[in-house]
Design a protein around this ligand. Sequence first.
Ligand SMILES: *[C@@H]1O[C@H](CO)[C@@H](O)[C@H](O)[C@H]1NC(C)=O
Ligand SMILES: *[C@@H]1O[C@H](CO)[C@@H](O)[C@H](O)[C@H]1NC(C)=O
Ligand SMILES: *[C@@H]1O[C@H](CO)[C@@H](O)[C@H](O)[C@H]1NC(C)=O
Ligand SMILES: *[C@@H]1O[C@H](CO)[C@@H](O)[C@H](O)[C@H]1NC(C)=O
Ligand SMILES: *[C@@H]1O[C@H](CO)[C@@H](O)[C@H](O)[C@H]1NC(C)=O
Length: 246
Amino acid sequence: MVNRLALFSLFVVFFFLFHGSPALAQPAAAPAPSGPDNITKILEKAGQYTVLLKLMKSTAVGDQINTQLNNSNNGLTVFAPTDNAFSGLQPGTLNSLSNEQQVELIQFHVIPTFLSTGQFQTVSNPLRTQAGGSGSYEYPMNVTTSGNQVNISTGVSNATVDNTIFSDGQLAVYQVDQVLLPMSIFGSKPPAPAPAPEKSKKKKAASTDADSPTADSSSGAAKSRSRYWWPAMVGTMVLMGWKICL
Ligand SMILES: *[C@@H]1O[C@H](CO)[C@@H](O)[C@H](O)[C@H]1NC(C)=O
Ligand SMILES: *[C@@H]1O[C@H](CO)[C@@H](O)[C@H](O)[C@H]1NC(C)=O
Ligand SMILES: *[C@@H]1O[C@H](CO)[C@@H](O)[C@H](O)[C@H]1NC(C)=O
Ligand SMILES: *[C@@H]1O[C@H](CO)[C@@H](O)[C@H](O)[C@H]1NC(C)=O
Ligand SMILES: *[C@@H]1O[C@H](CO)[C@@H](O)[C@H](O)[C@H]1NC(C)=O
């Protein structure tokens, strides 16, 4: 009886050691057939998102999204303005933005939870986006719905959700007909006249954001924590098995 229990607990320990632990498992053991969702691949496949893809690459928000998708359980929602939507902007709008503002602009199109089309009906305004740090409402975004129609208002631009590009319960990507311009960057000054370059340069200096590095380091910390968690678990099980044997 004791021997059987000992064998069983050893089996449990070895099972977790070699199969259950993501931190200890050999990478070669899991070929990952399709892998996690990849926003770049999805938008490339959908076509008509070349400007958005370019911005996601230059701001590294695309990589950020893919990393988050691989690490988070809440999922993500991305509003994807078409190339047509970007051509609707005043000429020079994107060039007038600093690098930080371009990052904020693209992060503003990302909601840190998965939202199905049905969930838009019940979501509470304003929505929290990836822009402006967690819990910041400097970047308001409101959703209004009527039947299946979903509109988004930022106080600067009004957009309509035209189409579901992708949705798998983890990532939702929706086509929008306007670039969502955040109030904090485009607010107060009317969007019609091109902004004076001197003024926007001063704004660049004022906005000091180091969002992406902090986000990266915090996810790194989470990873190393989970690395310690598994050996601790296995150790506990060994102790439990040993106690049962006694
Ligand atoms: C995502 O897809 C793009 C293009 O298809 C590819 O270049 C990139 O390596 C992929 N990224 C990941 C994290 O798989
Ligand atoms: C996803 O995360 C796992 C474990 O953290 C890592 O080994 C893998 O390379 C990541 N995959 C991508 C596509 O980032
Ligand atoms: C959404 O926007 C369209 C076009 O601007 C408008 O006709 C429609 O009434 C709006 N619907 C809702 C629910 O706000
Ligand atoms: C968004 O909704 C909130 C709460 O309903 C409201 O106070 C705010 O004025 C709205 N903002 C925009 C830009 O529609
Ligand atoms: C957005 O919609 C609101 C309310 O319908 C309207 O007052 C505002 O002028 C619209 N803004 C733009 C830029 O179309």
